[in-house]
Ligand binder design. Sequence first.
Ligand code: CP
Ligand code: NVA
Length: 304
Amino acid sequence: MHTFKGRDLITLAELAPEELAHVLDVAETPPAEWPRFDGMSAALIFMKPSLRTRVSFEVGCAQLGVHPIVMGPYDAFSRHETVHDTIKVLERYVELIVLRTFEHSHIEEVAEHASVPVINALTDDYHPCQGLADLLTIRQHKGALAGLTLAYVGDGNNMAHTYLLAGALAGMHVRVATPAGYEASEAALAQARELALRHGTGSTFTVLRDPAEAVAGVDVVVTDTWASMGQEEEHARRLYDFADYTVDDALFARADAEAIFMHCLPAHRGEEVTDSVIDSARSVVFDEAENRLHAQRAWMSLVL
Ligand code: CP
Ligand code: NVA
């Protein structure tokens, strides 16, 4: 295991399986043992909207004694200031940079210039903080991760990519079912296969079209919005293209009898999931939301 101090969290691929397990263990540290970083500050930059990520990072910072400074597109990367100059200024003030943005290359550029740790709070391609929280949630509900099968049904988006990488590190089997034209990226799939091979985790990855085939017998059923942030104008088209991909009672019933339902939220009830599934006893979506706080506090405490 390498030291965590100063490290970035950009996709999850930068973690080894034992490091991932360690982060999840640290996330369960009782409050009396949380370290303090009094006098440190963190820049939390949101180029897109956020409820969970913003609040959980702000609260997590407060729990560690870190002063959080929340900024929007009006504050950072505005007025034609370059990424380089923005970061060189920020790192004179803060010990940590958290960024939610559009193009994944934006956060890669930020990380390249930053001498302080950078955390990806979601890009168009990856959402590693959600990945950590989701693995923690699955581990809490299922007792372990290795050998479980997770089915992701819906858009081959940042969450689909995140489950591929998270599953690869955790020794899980990941099935991804999407409509034609909405597949997960080949790059994420190739990286998941490479990670599983490199770390010998035994994970497998299956790309499917049929949601019913994808969820058959699985331990975890996951979905996400059909139109992500930045794709709002495609919403009507996507409602049509994803019509057969709603996680409803009939689909969820095909999973294992003890299967849990997950969704990173915000959910669009009646679209990607029905009320009956998201409100069912086997839905763990609010544990999942809570675990954003614990996973991110763990990561911040390790890198600071
Ligand atoms: N799941 C998640 O990242 O939620 P927000 O977009 O509200 O931060
Ligand atoms: N795929 C969604 C996730 C939101 C947390 C989006 O990018 O909007």
